[in-house]
Design a protein around this ligand. Structure first.
Ligand code: DQA
Length: 149
């Protein structure tokens, strides 16, 4: 199984960006952890972009290939209808998209309390740091093999 792990704007700065909020792990560290946890049967295809349109195109690819997605939309979470519509294009094919956040946006500034993505995502996991990504991996596995547990 292949899983696409998409990261939005500024996540390439993890490690040094607001460590009190996001921790000191880099995005590469989180991807390494995901790969180690996923094991050899799962290919983790990790990509990050600071550009909305690039993320939209990667989501179109996921829809066409029916590739499950772990998506941290970063700031686009709060206002990008284009990204929301692209997530919907994936999920309407029956392919899961799990929205993840390192922090818990609901415990932060009011403008972070709204996600335009969540209503069309398959699930949402927030506030667990890198653990949000690991929980999303587990969720995708559970969805693809409902009798695993
Ligand atoms: C974030 C939360 C967003 O509000 C913020 O803009 C980010 C990161 C998170 O992972 O906690 O860039 O998505």
């Amino acid at each position: 199984m292949r899983i696409l792990v998409l990261g939005g704007p500024n996540l390439d700065r993890l490690g040094t960006r607001e460590p009190e909020t996001y921790g000191t792990q880099t995005l590469a560290d989180i991807v390494d952890l995901l790969r180690t946890t996923a094991g050899s049967g799962v290919e983790i295809d990790a990509r990050q972009s600071n550009f909305e349109g690039q993320l939209v195109e990667w989501l179109h690819d996921a829809a066409d290939a029916r590739t499950p997605v772990i998506l941290n939309p970063a700031a686009l979470t709060h206002y990008s209808i284009a990204l929301r519509d692209a997530v919907s294009i994936v999920t309407e094919t029956g392919t899961p998209v799990i929205e993840v956040h390192l922090s818990n946006p609901h415990a932060r500034e009011p403008f972070r309390h709204t996600s335009v993505i969540s209503a069309v995502a398959t699930g949402v996991i927030a506030g667990l740091g890198a653990g949000s990504y690991l929980a999303a991996l587990e969720g995708i596995r559970a969805l693809s093999e409902p009798n695993r547990h």
